[in-house]
Design a protein around this ligand. Structure first.
Ligand SMILES: [Zn+2]
Ligand SMILES: [Zn+2]
Length: 372
């Protein structure tokens, strides 16, 4: 019941109290919730039966501003005679009158005439899950700070409530708001996306982005196609067109498939755009200038016929794992036994493009020193 109050009734009441004009679906939602309470109170004296409980106090506090605002009372409680009976009965109890008085209540109700609840905005209400001092003794009951925060909220809730976010066309960070950047693994553009691409990648991020927008966080969901990689080059050679043409073709396909599935990207771009290129190069140069990039010699397969070092996917050969020996294993993975392979370990390696046997040759590669 407490959870129902916190997650359904309370947000609906807070929304009605703070809205300039109440949308019809919000009105209906609150009326339906109130009707549940009213039906319950028709059968029982209190929320949970014949005894007063914490649930009564909790729900009563939430409904009090509705009851004490004549307009809201007639809009929402006119047909809830049992709620009215119950609110009045509790309001006449001495303990409750004293509490209301102590917490700054007035004739217009404990919230005054205009304030409202804003519990979701209270930063100091700590989450019970995964707090850093889990090992410490669990304290029962609210802390002094939580009580103070609740009191402050009770008195100043509406004033402290953030104004609803008006989404702009371009999402930029907003000061003093929760800003959330969501992204998902960037898909390669060498295929028509299948359901696995959607479910395992862009959809889960989309769900999280939608949740953040519902919470009124300033949310930016951004993704795009990863156009640099051997996968692109391999596919281009296969189709006999340039990597750029491959990317143009598959970017359009990816973009339209995700739009069709209603994936709510704020921006779906490409790693090959001029802005992206400039940002990536600037980051690389900054790392390099600060000494975080080092150069090391790595053995690689060189095809003298094609005059190029062969990326893993451009080499085929015999799987080095005992008991497998698959002859068409790729330089990065064996399709028969599934094991990952280092290209230089392949038996009888051959260049995928021309069939020549490549030779192991040292090549200089750049590394980012993550340890620093
Ligand atoms: Zn194998
Ligand atoms: Zn070759």
């Amino acid at each position: 019941m407490q959870e129902w109050e916190a997650t359904r009734l309370h947000p609906a009441v807070a929304a009605v109290l703070t809205a300039k004009s109440v949308a019809s679906d919000l009105k209906q939602a609150l009326q339906a919730l109130l009707s549940t309470v009213d039906t319950n109170l028709a059968k029982h004296k209190y929320i949970l039966g014949d005894k007063l409980s914490a649930a009564d106090i909790s729900i009563w506090s939430t409904l009090y501003p509705v009851y004490y605002n004549p307009e809201l009372k007639s809009a929402y409680l006119a047909e809830c005679s049992h709620i009215t009976r119950w609110i009045e009965e509790l309001a006449s109890a001495k303990a409750i009158q004293e509490a209301v008085k102590q917490w700054g209540g007035s004739a217009a109700g404990p919230f005054g005439s205009s304030s409202a609840l804003g519990i979701p905005q209270v930063a100091s209400l700590s989450s019970p899950v995964g707090s850093p001092d889990e090992g410490a003794a669990v304290e029962l009951g609210p802390t002094a700070e939580e009580i103070q925060a609740a009191k402050d909220n009770w008195l100043n809730g509406r004033k402290k409530l953030q104004k609803p976010l008006i989404p702009g066309k371009i999402v930029l960070p907003v000061k003093d708001r929760k800003n959330v950047l969501v992204t998902s693994a960037l898909p390669y553009v060498n295929n028509v996306p299948h359901l696995g691409n959607i479910i395992g990648c862009v959809l889960s991020a989309d769900i999280f982005a939608r949740y953040c927008r519902l919470c009124d966080y300033n949310t930016l969901y951004i993704s795009g196609t990863d156009e640099y990689g051997t996968a692109t080059e391999t596919k281009a050679l296969e189709e006999g067109i340039t990597p750029r043409e491959i990317c143009d073709k598959y970017f359009d396909i990816h973009n339209s498939v995700y739009r069709w599935f209603n994936i709510g990207f704020d921006y779906f771009g490409r790693t090959s755009t001029p802005q992206q290129t400039e940002i990536a190069q600037r980051m690389f140069l900054k790392l390099k200038d600060n000494g975080f990039v080092s150069s090391q010699s790595v053995d690689q397969l060189l095809c003298t016929n094609c005059d190029r070092f062969l990326a893993d996917r451009f080499v085929e050969g015999t799987c080095p794992y005992p008991g497998c020996g698959y002859e068409d294993a790729r330089g990065d993975q064996c399709d028969k036994c599934g094991k990952l392979i280092t290209a230089t370990e392949l038996g009888s390696p051959r260049c995928k493009l021309c069939g020549t046997t490549p030779s192991v040759t040292p090549s200089q590669q750049l590394f980012i020193e993550l340890g620093q």
